[in-house]
Design a protein around this ligand. Structure first.
Ligand code: F0G
Length: 430
């Protein structure tokens, strides 16, 4: 299509153009990796190009927008934290982009969270500030842009809730019918409500996420475009969490980047982003990745402890439903990401996740349970001496507190009180 992007199968090595209507390799169903033509500039000049787009009213472009003829369309890269990095994401004309916009999420520091983690300098990047409340929007803006480019008749995904909410919103904007497969009874009410409200057709299946993903992959043989994180364009969008973080830190990389890990799409995207940032001279040193799994859904952490000699599968169980995944799809890519960054993988119990969540919540920041795994993982590695107290840690909070309010209200809402009893409590407390 543009010849600027090639899709390479990581299993059989076949290559395809960026107009491929399949999300996985048509020859062997392996996972495809997007490889872009290198940008015209690198290093300091590339940093300056990205920085210039943050200026108010910026419309500087690498050429795609100029050629699009979309004079009335405000430059997507000036507003979106994904398309600001378009040279490293997808070469596409401005008026072809399906953008909310998304990204531009804040960095937050709170002494209480650093103290709890046991590291002086913890920087939180809160991806819950995306339009549908999770980091998935960064991948979905690219996947739906691509879905429309390849003229997909319909799009589908399997989901633990956030992907489906994001898919539903972006598919609505793109005007493409969408289907989602969710494990029945295992999705938080907030995420399900979003998915239904934005208009996706929800198919609750009597199985777990891993089976739902198998079903979604089979559905793609019917010509439905799959937008799970096995879709290479999802990863291209999610890389921008790292690019934006680095840019916000003045291109001075932290020592660690911690993130929750389920299906391992995000871990893979982070690894690719760091590899590219290093190769293009955006940074001169690569932070270490810390992928954190819930103990009841930790096949990757188990394998890490054994030097990644075996690919494990488990029947997943955790109250952090977003990461209740036992057979992660992006396994090999994530192994590469951990190896290339001298990274670490750790498992934390539900108790540790919810204790960390309470600290994040009480700091006035808030996050959904799975997100708090980042903080719980940092605390665990700091206590073990693996992360030094003086190291700088960026912890990704992947989803908003309101994604899963049930976990808080079920455990912490008191029984209804009488008027008098409420006054008594206030008198005693003040
Ligand atoms: N955090 C949240 C809030 C998530 O929703 C997910 C994944 C992850 C972390 C893990 O990311 O799968 O790339 O390793 N949620 C997917 C979904 C599976 O369907 O919403 P991962």
């Amino acid at each position: 299509m543009t010849n600027a992007t090639v899709l390479r199968c990581e299993s059989c090595g076949a290559t395809y153009g960026d107009d491929l209507p399949n999300a996985t390799c048509p020859a062997c169903d392996g996972l495809l990796l997007a490889e872009h033509a290198p940008p015209a500039v690198r290093g300091k000049e590339l940093r300056s190009l990205f920085d210039s787009r943050l200026a108010p009213g910026a419309s500087n472009s690498s050429g795609a927008a100029k050629n699009s003829g979309a004079s009335g369309v405000a430059a997507a890269h000036a507003r979106s934290g994904v398309w600001r990095f378009r040279e490293l994401v997808l070469h596409v004309a401005d008026d072809a982009i399906i953008s909310h916009p998304e990204g531009n999420t804040p960095l937050i520091t709170r002494p209480a969270i650093s103290a709890y983690a046991g590291v002086d300098d913890v920087i939180i990047k809160h991806e819950g500030h995306n339009p549908t409340g999770s980091f998935k929007d960064r991948g979905m803006t690219v996947a739906l842009t691509q879905a429309r480019r390849v003229k997909a008749r319909a799009v589908a995904c399997a989901s633990t809730g956030n992907t489906s909410a994001s898919l539903s919103a972006y598919a609505a904007q793109a005007g493409i019918p969408s289907f989602v497969f969710v494990p029945a009874g295992q999705i938080s009410a907030g995420k399900l409500a979003q998915t239904i409200a934005y208009g996706a057709r929800v198919l609750p299946i009597d199985c777990d996420f891993d089976d739902c993903l198998r079903l979604a992959r089979e559905a793609s043989t019917l010509g439905i475009y799959l937008v799970n994180s096995v879709n290479p364009f999802r990863l291209e969008g999610q890389k921008t969490i790292v690019f934006e973080l680095l840019q916000q830190l003045g291109w001075h990389p932290p020592d660690w980047i911690a993130l929750p890990a389920g299906n391992l799409g995000n871990t893979s995207a982070f690894g690719k982003a760091l590899r590219e940032a290093r190769e293009l001279g955006l940074i001169d040193r690569v932070p270490r990745l810390l992928a954190v799994q819930a103990a009841g859904a930790a096949p990757f952490a188990k394998a890490f402890g054994e030097g990644f000699v075996t690919r494990h599968k488990v029947r997943a169980e955790t109250r952090a439903t977003a990461i209740r995944i036992g057979d992660p799809a992006s396994w090999d890519r994530a192994v590469t990401a951990i190896r290339e960054t001298s990274g670490h993988v750790v498992a934390v119990s539900d108790e540790e996740i919810f204790a960390a969540k309470a600290v994040v919540d009480h700091a006035g920041v808030g996050c959904e349970p799975a997100s708090a795994a980042s903080i719980a993982g940092v605390r665990k590695l700091a206590a073990a001496g693996e992360i030094g107290r003086n190291e700088r840690v960026a912890a990704i909070l992947t989803g908003h507190l309101l994604k899963d309010p049930g976990t808080t209200t079920e455990s912490q809402l008191p029984a209804p009180l009488s008027y008098g009893a409420a006054m008594d409590i206030l008198r005693r407390a003040t």
